[in-house]
Design a protein around this ligand. Structure first.
Ligand code: SAM
Length: 351
């Protein structure tokens, strides 16, 4: 992909700026409202309103807060690419905050919240640029839905993006091992004994998808250049033309060669108290998306930053990163992971 230098990319503060910013923060902390929210000035050239906390460096800014409240503050056309995995409606509840999209009362409430974000993402994305959403269809249960079946979560995400004005641009299906899913979920439809007893209740495993959407208009910064890096779990041998061979793998509508266990919590050193994420996005998936759809130095956004997987990959790949995470323990871990990424990049840049 296009080569670029890693320079200090986010506006540097002069010492006097720093002092006045520190004074402003101190003043705001004094006036801190009861719910713990403070308004914190940002050093990334992006003026953010209400967040609980924020950390940034030359290469990244990470906000502890509600993505809806942060993204609404970002300037229009300022984001070159977004890649993220939203809460899967109410499949997992990450916290008891009413802002937590995984804490929605039902599917409709989740989409009410999510649609607002999708509209804002369109506004902040540069014209002609992309947004990739990792998702899966959701199993329904007798307890919550009255019957066992599937909910078309992927389709509802696509409809929400199209209704907001995005172009449905691309989609890849990511293979998932049904045996691992059966062991983890004990879903009736995946059990061999159920298939023997009555296979009308048996089903395939549920794959992941990355659905990618494009903002209308011309892209003024082409993402150009040949491919030179293999990302995936099997050994890859080029037949002679590396970029074409890689493209044939990455252009496949099904990615069966993603290393499912290459996630951030097993990659970086973690402190004993760092919380594991319930659903970290595989680094192979993020890296492929970043390689295909962003340039070095681009600003990459993840509104659901979790423990920082998208940011970790973005910084190591010389992009800049803006992330938002609501859960404090994940946000703390994400800050550490971004610091690790920055140190690793600095190490690489030495050679
Ligand atoms: C599927 S996880 C993302 C995991 C992330 N891709 C990673 O690999 O670490 C969804 C995340 O969204 C966060 N979240 C839920 N509602 C949010 C909101 N309104 N604003 C910001 N983050 C939110 C959850 O705490 C959770 O960490």
């Amino acid at each position: 992909m296009a080569k670029a230098k890693t320079t200090a990319v986010i506006k540097e503060q002069s010492p006097s700026d720093e002092q006045s910013a520190a004074k402003r923060i101190a003043r705001q902390r004094k006036n801190k409202p009861e719910n713990g929210e403070v308004t914190i000035p940002v050093s990334a050239g992006i003026s953010v309103g209400k967040v609980f906390n924020q950390q940034s460096s030359d290469l990244w800014s990470l906000y502890h807060g509600d993505c809806c409240e942060v993204v609404v503050e970002l300037p229009g056309n300022s984001i070159d690419y977004s890649v993220f995995s939203p809460p899967f409606a109410s499949l997992y509840t990450y916290s008891d905050s009413e802002r937590d999209m995984g804490n929605s009362k039902d599917y409709e409430e989740f989409f009410g919240h999510f649609r607002f974000l999708v509209e804002q993402l369109l506004r902040v994305t540069a014209s002609g640029r992309l947004c990739s959403v990792h998702c899966m269809n959701l199993p329904t249960t007798i307890q919550h839905h009255g019957e066992i079946g599937l909910q078309d979560f992927r389709g509802d995400i696509i409809r929400a993006f199209k209704e907001a004005g995005w172009i449905y641009h691309s989609e890849v299906c990511i293979w998932k091992n049904p045996v691992t899913a059966m062991q983890r979920t004990k879903a009736l439809g995946l059990l061999h004994k159920q298939m023997v007893k009555d296979s009308t209740r048996s089903r395939q495993g549920i794959p992941d998808y990355v659905c990618t959407f494009r903002k209308r208009g011309n892209n003024t910064k082409p993402v150009e250049g040949k491919l030179s890096r293999w990302i995936g779990d099997e050994s890859f041998v080029s037949e002679g033309n590396l970029s074409i061979d890689l493209w044939q793998k990455y252009a496949s509508p099904v990615w069966g060669d993603i290393n499912a266990s290459r996630t951030l919590q097993y990659t970086t050193a973690r402190g004993e108290n760092d919380e594991r994420h319930i659903a970290p996005l595989q680094l192979d998936v993020i890296e492929r998306c970043l390689l295909l759809w962003s340039n070095e130095e681009d600003i990459v956004l993840s509104p659901f930053a979790g423990i920082g997987s998208e940011g970790y990959c973005a910084v190591r790949m010389k992009r800049r990163f803006v992330g938002v995470e609501l859960k404090e323990s994940y946000w703390n871990t994400a800050v550490k992971n971004l610091q690790v990424a920055e140190a690793e990049l600095a190490q690489v840049m030495l050679f």
